[in-house]
Design a protein around this ligand. Structure first.
Ligand SMILES: [Zn+2]
Length: 331
């Protein structure tokens, strides 16, 4: 059973103290030992099939001539300085923009100048095949590039802003306001009552896909309050005790998923407009969903925190123990 949360690994050192040091960064950028991660429209450059590897380039690689001039400084790992470069300006032949904006785009894009087998691929399809640290570096870069792409103007005065601090800030050249990368907190919760868990599906999801409920935290709201509000709004179910479990950075586009176990006090489901369906799944049904043998519920994607919450509950690691499995709720 998967026991790790993808994208949450830490690399050796982010070296934030060098982000404003132009001379040190310049020296690292011209050091042939430095490694550069090429990213195209949120996708890493990879090679290999089952054991996929990120392709790291030397700073002098001709591919990087087409990169945006400002590289993101990720820090140091395994004794080597790491940068990421954005190559999104490349427009491949036959690019399917509609597929790219869909739920998941399986298309892979091979630049004609790249060696055979090297291609850019959607991170969601790779998340279980990349090494833990590489996955974290790619998702961090993806989140930062998403933020730069959607925050090109100063929110104080409206002028175009500039990338600063090696990619970790933007600064307005007109009013000097610094802007910091956004991370949007999202609560995601395993809601339990007795031996059942509450799952929902949103409109537009692939057929048979259900997941734990989730929603954005609102200003002025505690995480526990957000859990209770989201569950009540989406399903009408009232939640009592809320316990933190784990978190997962989720770069679609800039979220931090905060995972909780929540005890339901009621079980009547009243759907609102956000969900297409919600249901209570017994432990037996959930076991079949997790091993891919449920007739109706598709296997949740391993590596995502929803899968981890469900797996840990199945293993008895989170939530209240069920004293009489298989028996109706006493409470
Ligand atoms: Zn400004």
């Amino acid at each position: 059973m998967q026991r790790s949360i993808v994208f949450s690994a830490e690399w050796d050192d982010r070296m934030a103290e060098l982000r404003g040091d132009a001379q040190a960064l310049g020296e690292l950028r011209s050091d042939p030992a430095t490694l550069v991660l090429p990213m195209w429209r949120g996708r890493p450059l990879i090679r290999g099939d089952d054991a996929v590897q990120v392709v790291w380039l030397a700073p002098g690689d001709p591919i990087l001539r087409d990169a945006a001039p400002d590289w993101i400084f990720l820090g140091r790992h395994d004794g080597t300085a790491r940068f990421a470069a954005d190559l999104s300006s490349w427009v491949p032949e036959g690019l399917d923009e509609a597929a790219m904006s869909g739920f998941f785009d399986p298309t892979e894009y091979a630049h004609p100048a790249l060696p055979q087998g090297h291609r850019y691929a959607e991170l969601r399809g790779l998340m279980m095949r990349l090494g833990a640290v590489e996955a974290a570096m790619v998702s961090t870069t993806r989140a930062l590039l998403n933020w730069h792409g959607s925050h090109r103007h100063c929110s104080a005065c409206g002028q175009p802003s500039d990338l600063a601090m090696a990619g970790w800030q933007r600064v307005c050249p007109s009013c000097r306001t610094p802007h910091f990368p956004r991370t949007d907190p999202v609560v995601i919760m395993l809601v339990q009552k007795g031996d059942r868990v509450l799952l929902g599906r949103s409109p537009g999801w692939p057929e048979g896909m259900y997941s734990t409920l989730a929603g954005f935290v609102e200003p002025g709201e505690s995480l526990e309050a957000a859990v209770r509000r989201e569950v009540r709004e989406e399903t009408g179910v009232r939640v009592g005790t809320v316990t933190y479990v784990a978190s997962q950075p989720w770069a679609w586009p800039n979220s931090l998923m905060l995972g909780f176990a929540a005890q339901a006090e009621t079980d009547t489901i009243t759907l609102d407009h956000e969900l297409e369906d919600a249901l209570w799944l017994t432990r037996d049904d959930l076991a079949r969903a997790l091993d891919g043998t449920h007739p109706r519920i598709r296997r949740p994607r391993s590596g995502a925190i929803a899968y981890e919450l469900l797996s840990r509950w199945m293993a008895g690691e989170i939530g209240h123990a069920v004293t009489n499995p298989g028996q109706p709720d006493a409470d």
